[in-house]
Design a protein around this ligand. Structure first.
Ligand code: SF4
Length: 418
């Protein structure tokens, strides 16, 4: 049996090596791959203690000197468990190295620590064993943790005070601060130890600070851009569906709205209900079966901002008219007025000074099939309405345009702004 032992530091490996040797007859080699250890001085200290332990126990040591602070600085705790990432990385490298170098088994000294997630370590080791086709040697080394630490102490071996990564180092520093604030006495030797570690970290701290500043700026920028895009999307949705201001031009609704008056309109009543007779609406007179994209495009071109700042006039194709008949109604225009379902419509909104001419003033009545049909009575098709202007003799409406599809209605007019 050839066993590759991943070693995180000298003290953790001492009794683990003894325990393996006691249990199985095997050729053990050490493997130092710990890119998580920060700062570099600490990385070197643990590597040194590892080489001391291997020499003491008479095993060879394989070394990977990769040092990587970026992965830990960039690690987002919200997206996962940093220790899992850390274990995976180290154990995968160990299993791979074992497979590529003729080892039959591998294991790790991380299993000796009562502070590590033992079950997660086992799970990852088993996964990597399967992935690389090398056996995982398991033993609960935690039983010899204290003994190992004692042996390291007796050998004067360096023993670390934090797990390893820059994040665990911050926790450790915070603990020192609390100790200081509580005026606890720390021995000179301990203080010296802390100071040397802290000095080694200065460089790292600087790097971390620069990194954080750079990232803060990028985060701010992204957050501003997202806010602007979100505001734009919300404004377009509000402008298209909830609330829109438009200006009346022309005289076709003169009895009710004067040219130049501003009106509010909303599409909500027609999202949650159907158009009603008597509703005043704005619709797209081109009647090209508007789509969502048409709405968005026109919202960009014509909205409160373009109106107020750039004085953009409403598109000429937007008509304001009154709904006279809705789907299923039979509309009929007669000499004496408008009939819906054979009932004469009371139209107190039309110009009393002019006698409304039906079907249409000046039209060649005989030559127009549509007008003939209207004279005889036509049923409004599904999802359509029949509209006319209140200033009946001066309006281009369903008498010329035909039925208006509900899809082309931009909104119900509900308030005059003046
Ligand atoms: S706390 Fe320890 S195990 Fe967890 S990420 Fe940091 S160094 Fe790795």
């Amino acid at each position: 049996m050839r066993l590759l032992l991943h070693i995180c530091c000298g003290p953790c490996s001492l009794k683990v090596i003894d325990k393996i040797k006691e249990k199985v007859d095997c050729n053990i080699q050490g493997y130092y791959y710990n890119p998580n250890i920060h700062p570099k001085e600490e990385f070197a200290r643990r590597l040194y203690s590892t080489s001391q332990a291997c020499a003491k126990k008479g095993i060879a040591l394989n070394l990977e000197s990769e040092y990587d602070i970026k992965s830990w600085l960039e690690f987002n705790e919200k997206k996962g468990n940093r220790c899992e990432m850390c274990y995976r990385r180290r154990i995968e490298a160990t299993a791979k190295f074992a497979a590529e170098n003729g080892f039959t088994h591998f294991t790790t000294t991380l299993l000796v620590s009562p502070y590590q997630n033992h079950d997660l370590l086992i799970q990852i080791c088993e996964e990597m064993a399967e992935k690389y086709g090398v056996k995982f040697y398991y033993d609960d080394f935690r039983a010899v943790y204290r003994e190992g630490q004692k042996e390291a102490q007796s050998l004067g071996m360096y023993r670390q005070k934090y797990c390893g990564c820059v994040l665990s180092f911050s926790d450790y520093k915070a603990r020192i601060e609390i100790k200081k604030k509580n005026n606890e006495k720390i021995s000179n030797a301990t203080l010296k130890n802390y100071q040397s570690i802290a000095a080694g970290l200065e460089l790292e701290k600087e790097a971390q600070k620069k990194y954080l500043i750079k990232n803060k700026f990028a985060r701010e920028l992204v957050s501003w851009l997202l806010t602007i895009v979100a505001a734009l999307v919300i404004a377009i949705i509000i402008n298209t569906y909830v609330f829109r201001i438009s200006q009346v031009s022309g005289i076709s609704m003169r009895q009710t709205y004067q040219g130049g008056e501003r009106v509010c309109m909303s599409r909500l009543p027609y999202i949650f209900g159907d158009p009603d007779r008597g509703d005043i609406i704005v619709f797209d007179s081109e009647m090209t079966d508007r789509t969502f994209l048409t709405d968005i495009k026109e919202s960009f071109q014509y909205n409160v901002i373009t109106q107020a700042v750039f004085k953009v006039a409403p598109p000429k194709k937007y008509y304001i008219k009154r709904i006279i008949a809705v789907e299923g109604d039979v509309i009929r225009l007669a000499e004496d007025g408008v009939y819906v379902n054979d009932e004469k419509v009371s139209e107190n909104y039309v110009n009393p000074d002019e006698n409304p001419l039906y079907p249409i003033p000046g039209a060649d009545f005989e030559a127009n099939d549509w007008l003939i049909a209207l004279h005889e009575g036509v049923e409004v098709p599904e999802d359509h309405v029949f509209v006319m202007g209140d200033n009946r003799n001066h309006s281009t409406d369903s008498r010329m345009l035909g039925f208006v599809p509900e899809n082309d209605i931009l909104g119900k007019v509900f308030k005059v702004l003046g």
